[in-house]
Design a binder for this molecule. Structure first.
Ligand code: GEK
Length: 268
C-alpha cells in the first residue's frame, strides 16, 4: 500500500513498482480543493492551487497513474535515439519527463516538456533543477497546439489529449506525426469511455470506488465532476485508434487499462 500525506491509506500500484515514482519526491500537499461546498462551481483550471496539490490529486484520482509513469522509462529505453528530441506534452510538474530522463543515456538528447499553465511550469522547472540526469530537460510554457515538433524519437501526451477540444485533436496528432522520425513513437494515456452502456457503467462505478477508497468524499467527487464536465472530454479506445490511423500512424496498440483510464502506443 502507498501511504498518503495524512497517513490515510491510498490505493495505488503496489504490485509493480521497481522503478522510482517521481511524485514521491514532489509536493506532499493533500488535495482538499473540493472538500467544502462551493456556491458556484467554475470550470476546472490548472492554477496555483491545483499545482500545489497536483501529485496527491492525480494519484488519488487516476487509477493506474502510478504504474504508467515509471513504465514511460521503458518506452524511452526502446525508442529514444542519440541526438533526438523527446516531447512531454502537458507536462504538469514533470513526472513523465523525469521518468523518461532516467532511462535516456544516449548523447545529445533533449526532453522538451510543455505546459500552458504558468503555475505548473514554475514548479516543474524547480523539480527538474533538482534532478540529475544526462538528458537536458527544456521546460516551456506554451500551448501544445501551437508548437512545432521536430526530430522527435518519442512523444508522450500523458492525460492531456482529453483536455484538447475534440475537433482539434486530429490536427495535433498530425503535427506530432510529421515531427516524429521514422520508427518514432507516440504514447497517449487518457481517460476513456466505452460504447457498451453496461461496460461504461461498470468502469465508471469502479473509478468511483477507487476515488472513495482514496479518501475523496461524495461532495468532493461530485463537485470535481461538475468542474471537469466541459473541459475533460474522453474518447473511446476505438476513436483513439481511428484518429491515430487518420494522422498517419501505421501501428497503434493499447498497452494499459485500469478501469476507465488507458494508454496506447502508436509507431510511425
Ligand atoms: C503527468 N502529464 O503528470 N497546452 C499545454 N498544456 C496543456 C494544454 C494545452 N493546450 N491543455 C492542458 N494542458 C502529466 C499530467 S495533467 C492531467 C497531465 C490531469 C496541461 C494542463 O495545464 C495540465 O498541467 C496538464 O495538461 C494535464 O504525467 O490533471 O488530469
Amino acid at each position: 500500500m502507498c501511504v498518503s500525506a495524512d497517513s490515510s491509506t491510498t490505493i495505488c500500484a503496489t504490485y509493480f513498482n521497481p522503478l522510482q515514482v517521481e511524485h514521491d519526491k514532489m509536493s506532499k500537499n493533500k488535495d482538499r480543493i473540493y472538500a467544502r461546498p462551493q456556491d458556484m462551481i467554475v470550470d476546472f483550471r490548472f492554477d496555483e492551487q491545483v499545482a500545489s496539490v497536483f501529485p496527491d490529486m492525480i494519484r488519488r484520482s487516476v487509477p493506474g497513474y502510478d504504474t504508467i509513469i515509471p513504465l514511460l522509462g521503458l518506452f524511452a529505453e526502446r525508442f529514444v535515439h542519440a541526438n533526438t528530441n523527446i516531447y512531454d506534452l502537458g507536462c504538469s510538474l514533470g513526472a513523465a519527463s523525469l521518468a523518461m530522463g532516467r532511462y535516456i543515456t544516449q548523447p545529445g538528447c533533449t526532453i522538451i516538456a510543455v505546459d500552458n499553465a504558468e503555475a505548473m511550469v514554475q514548479q516543474c522547472r524547480a523539480n527538474v533543477a533538482q534532478a540529475d540526469m544526462a538528458a537536458d530537460i527544456d521546460v516551456r510554457c506554451a500551448d501544445i497546439r501551437e508548437i512545432v515538433f521536430d526530430n522527435a524519437s518519442l512523444v508522450v501526451i500523458n492525460f492531456t489529449l482529453q483536455f484538447i477540444e475534440p475537433e482539434q485533436r486530429l490536427t495535433l496528432l498530425k503535427n506530432i506525426y510529421q515531427g516524429l522520425n521514422p520508427g518514432g513513437a507516440l504514447v497517449i494515456a487518457d481517460k476513456i469511455v466505452f460504447a457498451a452502456p453496461a461496460q461504461q457503467h461498470f468502469e465508471e462505478a469502479m473509478h468511483l470506488d477507487f476515488k472513495k477508497a482514496n479518501g475523496y468524499s461524495e461532495l468532493e467527487i461530485s463537485q470535481k465532476r461538475t468542474a471537469l464536465e466541459k473541459v475533460l472530454i474522453p474518447d473511446t479506445l476505438e476513436t483513439h485508434i481511428d484518429r491515430l490511423q487518420q494522422a498517419g500512424f501505421a501501428h497503434a496498440y493499447p498497452w494499459f487499462q485500469c478501469f476507465n483510464f488507458g494508454a496506447l502506443c502508436a509507431i510511425k
